[in-house]
Every structure is written in C-alpha cells, then in structure tokens.
Design a protein around this ligand. Structure first.
Ligand SMILES: Cc1cc2nc3c(=O)[nH]c(=O)nc-3n(C[C@H](O)[C@H](O)[C@H](O)COP(=O)(O)OP(=O)(O)OC[C@H]3O[C@@H](n4cnc5c(N)ncnc54)[C@H](O)[C@@H]3O)c2cc1C
Length: 522
C-alpha cells in the first residue's frame, strides 16, 4: 500500500536508476513513490546467495561499475567503495602450439610493453594501442563532464576533439578503424570486445551501434576504468535505497504496474499488489522500465518487430580454487582483470556470422572475471581458496535459444567452459564447488532468463540499443525532458532508466537526468 493517493512523482521500477531519481527528487522536497514489481529493489544491480549452502554473495547480473559519476555518489551521500582491479586484462593465446598470453596492467608499465613485444614481435602494436587509447581518452574527457548536464549537440562535442578521433570512433564503423589502426588479430579482438558487450552487431554495421557501445565502455568518469563495487552490486543498490528512503521517498515492492494513463497535467498509475489492483495519481510518472515495456503500459499497440533482443550469456561459478593456466601466468594475476576467451578478431567476426545465421558460435567468445580477488568480502566465511568466477559470453542472441532453451543453454555453457579449458592445465570442472545438494555451483542466464527475471525486453541488458551521449544537431531540445534526453511522447511521462539517452549500464545517469528534468519543469 502507498501512504497517499496522489504524489508529485511516481516511479515505475526500483532499478538503480529509479532509486537514483527517487533520491534526488525526495531530497528536493517532492513527494515520491517507487513501485517495483519484484519483491526486492535494484533490478539488474543486485547481489544474491546463488548457491545453496554457500554464504558467498555474487553480483548476480551486472558486476563492474565505470559509468557511475562521482558527482552522484557525492550528491546522494552514497556509502560505496569502488575498487580498482590490479590487472586490466589477460588474454591467453596459443600460437604455433605454444601457450602464451597478453597481460595488460591496470596502470600500464614495462610488463605490459614486454608482453605486447613477446606476443607481436615488435613495439609497433603497443605504440598503436597507446595512441588509440589516448585518442579515445581525449574524447572521453570531453564527453564525461556533459553526462549530468543538459544534452550537448554533436557539433559541440566534435569541435573539441581531433577530426581523426571523431572519424575513427563516431563516423567510421569501428571494424574499419580497428583494421586500419592495428594488425595483430589478438590485439584487434581485445579492442573490439568493448563494442560488443551487451550489443549484438557486426563490427562493420553502418548503423554504428557497436561504436556507441564501445564509447560507453570507455568514458566512465573520464577514465573508462571498470571497478569492483565492494560488497557486490547489491551494495550500490543498498546505498541508493538508503539515500532515497532517508530523503523521504516511499518504495513499494511486489507492485507490478499494469497501466499508465497520462491526462492533462497528471497521470494515473494502476498497479497490482498480488491480490488487487491499486491506483494512484501523480503529476509526473518516471519510467524506469524499458521504453518498449513503457509502450505496453501506455496501452500502445504491441509491436514485436521493435522489441529489443539481448545477446549475452552470463554464468556465475563458485570455485574451490582458481585453476592454473597453461601459459604459467599466476592465476591471481590472470583472473583479477578481464580474461578474454576466443575473442580474437577473426573469432569475433566468425561468431557474429554464425549467430546472425542462426547458429550458436563455436568457439563461443566471452570473458571471465574473478571479483573475489579484488573484493574477498563477498565470499563470507567460505573456506580459504574459494573464489567466484563470472563469465560474460557475447554473440548469443535470444533467437538462438527459442527452439530449445534448456538444451541450447546447456550447450552454450559447455562451449563457454571449453573456451576456458583450452587454456587450463586441468579442466575447470575439477575446480567448481558443489552446492548443498551436491550439484556444481553454476548459474547460467540466457536472454530469456534475464527477460523473465528482470522484465528487460528480449533480455537486452541496456533496455534497447544505446544512443550517442549527445543530441543530433537538428534535434528538438525545447522542453526540459528533451534537453535532458528523457522525453516520451507524453509530457507527464519521462524515461528514467537504461533506455533513456545516456542511460545504459549501472550509472544512475538516467535517474539523475530525469530528476533534473522534473525539477526544471516545476
Ligand atoms: C547479465 C547482465 C550483466 C550486466 N553487467 C553490467 C556491468 O557489469 N556493468 C554495468 O554497468 N552494466 C551492466 N549491465 C547493464 C546494467 O545492469 C543495466 O543497464 C542497468 O542495471 C539498468 O538499470 P535500470 O535501473 O535502468 O533498470 P533495471 O535494472 O532494469 O530496473 C528496472 C526495474 O523495473 C522493474 N519493473 C519492470 N517492469 C515493471 C512493472 N511493470 N512494474 C513495476 N516495476 C517494473 C524491474 O523489476 C526492475 O527492478 C548488465 C546487465 C545484465 C542483465
């Protein structure tokens, strides 16, 4: 139940963005209610004890934070700790039958340079890498400070970066850029992966959705560093919930919104509490749900052709011990960052081709991360040596699982494990812990699972394709909602989730920007 029947603002969904908006608006003195269909808040930003008999709290869906601006942490007084990983990435490779690998330190130094040299035979590729990422960083420095401001226009951003950088990241399909600037297949692949995490696209797609995904992965706080939230993603949501509640927002869980009816100067929201329909009025409704879901709630005609489609395979493992790699690298170094598997450039191109033609890629490209190396607090009182391992597989669109979801999922998990096993001294299976029922601690989520669990349409982790974090030069920017990139076709309904412009990922940016649009309208 809600404490009243009319609010200044009703927020549909208590994902981290809905909570961010609630905290800002309640702090500004507005009456705010958040309605969440699940029994818990956080959406994709939650921690869970996924394995019976184990106290470990895993970040069940999202796991790393880059795009959450420090300003939001300060404004909302969030008690969160984001910790750097000692390794940026490790890529095991097998060349001429010899196991090796590329190590990129978080703060790149001599070891990184030597690793490039050993893999590629000269310093040229590392020079190309440094030049490329310096160019990208310069674009990031321009874009990052604008993310919590009214939208800049494309030309404003373009005028502040070198024309080559603009062309290579914003105009040319990223595949072309990568092929022009790098020669080594492994290096090309590592660069390309940031364009494909959460985005199913060809690297040469003229629509450039892969370029936009790449940019989001590299602009967080102007550094693009991905850090581990201490206590897992649930700790981020806990801090946002506390901030919203302390400021006076009401949060109702188990409240699935069924319809939103915008009217003159107010909107009616109908939700179901598990027994009955309930209704309330609000001056403004903020939709933390995906734009496609919002369309359904607004009673717009159902159109499956515009439904987003997710393409990732997320697997959480609990291990008794970390496996040894054939390359001889210390597992505590290799697994501490992003460990790339079957993500060579050629493999990425073939995997996309296979998936686009309706076949599960083999090998399956993906990456693994061991967060407990950076944040052992999530392990609870697990025995020494226990570690979490997160796998994020790409190029596995929902359509591949439609005919036989369970069978195809099992095969995808087998291929994911095989891609790691290819680089291990002993099979991963021998390191996986058992749960209280004697089953291996493996939790796999295909897009269909994500849609069922979180109501992300098609299991798309960003609620839909990412947009450029600026407005086209000719865009209408007349209303506050348009200026903040949160508009819908109704004045009383704004987006405040991942599907807003600049909303993708765990950032709180969409929540902040929707709140600013509301405050500016009053
Ligand atoms: C497997 C996975 C891994 C990811 N990894 C990362 C990562 O490491 N780092 C990163 O930055 N991003 C990652 N992402 C993306 C990121 O998690 C999302 O973009 C982000 O969490 C979206 O937040 P949100 O608050 O906008 O929406 P959501 O988290 O989707 O929250 C929306 C909320 O609305 C609720 N809702 C839906 N329909 C209704 C309704 N009718 N009535 C009431 N409530 C409703 C949902 O239950 C949910 O709680 C990942 C996502 C997934 C799925």
């Amino acid at each position: 139940m809600t404490s009243r029947s009319r609010y200044d603002v009703a927020i549909v969904g208590a994902g981290h963005n809905g909570l961010t908006a609630a905290a800002y608006l309640a702090k500004a003195g507005l009456s705010v209610v958040v309605l969440e269909r699940l029994g818990n808040v956080g959406g994709a930003a939650v921690s869970a004890e996924a394995f019976a008999g184990h106290p470990t709290r895993l970040s069940r869906y999202s796991y790393l934070v880059s795009l959450l601006p420090d300003q939001i942490v300060t404004d909302l007084g969030l008690d969160i700790d984001l910790v750097s990983r000692p390794t940026a990435s490790y890529t095991p490779v097998d060349r001429d039958g010899k196991p090796g690998g590329l190590l990129v330190e978080r703060v790149e130094g001599e070891q990184t340079r030597q690793s490039f040299h050993a893999l590629t035979g000269s310093d040229e590729e590392y020079e190309a890498w440094r030049t490329f990422y310096t160019d990208v960083a310069r674009l990031g420095w321009v874009v990052a400070p604008t993310l919590l401001q009214p939208l800049p226009r494309a030309s404003q951003i373009r005028s502040q970066v070198h024309p080559t950088t603009w062309n290579d990241i914003v105009v040319a399909p990223l595949g072309e850029t990568i092929e022009r600037r790098f020669t080594d297949d492994t290096i090309r692949g590592i660069v390309a992966t940031d364009a494909l995490i959460g985005t199913f696209a060809s690297l040469h797609d003229p629509a450039l959705v892969q370029n936009r995904c790449f940019l989001y992965h590299l602009i967080g706080n102007g550094t693009g560093e991905w850090r581990v939230p201490v206590g897992g993603m649930g700790a981020v949501t806990d801090a946002l919930t506390k901030s919203a509640l302390d400021a006076g927002a009401e949060i109702v869980t188990g409240a699935g919104v069924r319809s939103i009816r915008p009217g003159a100067g107010a909107a009616e929201v109908v939700w179901h509490d598990g027994y009955n329909d309930q209704g309330l009025q609000a001056d403004v409704v903020l939709a933390n749900v995906a734009p496609w879901v919002l369309g359904l709630l607004l009673g717009e005609p159902h159109d499956d052709t515009t439904k987003p489609e997710g393409a990732q395979l997320k697997i959480n493992f609990l291990l008794d011990r970390l496996p040894q790699l054939r390359s001889g690298v210390d597992p505590e170094v290799a697994f501490a960052g992003t460990l790339h598997l079957s993500e060579g450039y050629g493999e990425l191109l073939s995997a996309y081709g296979a998936a686009a033609a309706g076949r599960l890629p083999d090998p399956l490209p993906g990456e693994v991360y061991c967060h407990s190396l950076t944040d052992p607090s999530i392990l609870g009182d697990a025995p020494a040596g226990t570690h979490t391992l997160t796998y994020f597989g790409i190029h596995t669109p929902a359509s591949l699982f439609e005919a036989d979801p369970e069978g195809t999922k099992q095969e995808a998990v087998r291929r994911a494990i095989a891609s790691l096993d290819a680089h291990l001294v002993e099979p991963l299976q021998t390191c996986i812990a058992r749960d209280a029922h004697g089953q291996p601690c493996i939790e796999a989520k295909i897009p269909q699972d994500i849609e069922r669990d979180l109501a992300m349409p098609g299991g798309h982790i960003f609620h839909g394709d990412l947009e450029w974090p600026w407005a086209p030069d000719r865009a209408r920017l007349e209303t506050p909602a348009e200026r903040w990139g949160v508009q819908t076709s109704h004045d009383e309904v704004l987006l405040c989730g991942s599907g807003a412009r600049r909303g993708g990922a765990v950032s709180g940016i969409a929540g902040h920007n929707a709140a600013q649009a509301v405050l500016e309208s009053r």
